[in-house]
Ligand binder design. Sequence first.
Ligand code: R5P
Length: 288
Amino acid sequence: MADLDDIRDGDNFGLNTPADTSAFYLKGMRNASWGIKNRMSRIFNKDSGRTVMLAFDHGFLMGPTSGLERIDLNIAPLAEEADCLMGCRGMIRSSIPAENSKPICLRTDTGTTILTEMNHNVLISEEDAIRLNVSCMAAMLSVGDADTEATTIANFSRLVDIGQKYDIPVMGVTAVGKDMARDSRYFGLASRVCAENGASIVKTYYTEGFENVVAACPVPIVIAGGKKLPELDALDLCYKAINCGASGVDMGRNVFQSAKPLAMMKAVKGVVHDGLTPAEGFQMFNDL
Ligand code: R5P
């Protein structure tokens, strides 16, 4: 029992300072639990409200694709510049130092490498996500794909149930199969389906009319970078997405396949967080 001697009455109640009841700083999160908000705050910068996630989950489908041959050599050194690291459990355990303090977005679904059968997802166990101390769990939704949509939505719903149980946000990754349209109508549908099914973050692709995709999605949207582009074009993509209301990027190849990945990370951060134009970001890239 605590020592009862000299109990002092409180006299600092801040009576002239009302309790802060303002809304949480991220879109759609006002009614989320403390744990979800806390984890979202680790991912999204509190000043800009945005994030630069570094995606390196490609290997489970593509193998040791260019830039991901050695996660320990190519990705781990970029971690300090990322707001969040997105990868699969095997690569995080084997190749990201446990001293890492950046939030982890864990790719929780695994599919086959056979593209025609891709994304008959299998989810990993929640225990393993918790063991990895993740701040977010990600899984793909193949919206509009007759063969895989039902499976991926069922998996995704299960993942959201797990996320709600342990207060871990879930990121919906919109799929782009080879036969799927890549326009704002499709990405608007796919993003909305992710949000309707309980995603706290949606990852999709920038397209013409993206402002409508963002407006109709009630939670933060981040864009994937897609295939490697010249650096100025990739920065332009980030700039356009942010201007349309995106809350950041979850970018892979345009960073780790760049001739100067660290410089590219910094330039992307300049555009996403600091309002640099693509030309200013490119200048930064060239100067580094
Ligand atoms: C897609 O399913 C993967 O999750 C990638 O992480 C995503 O496409 C982002 O990587 P990239 O910028 O290379 O497209």
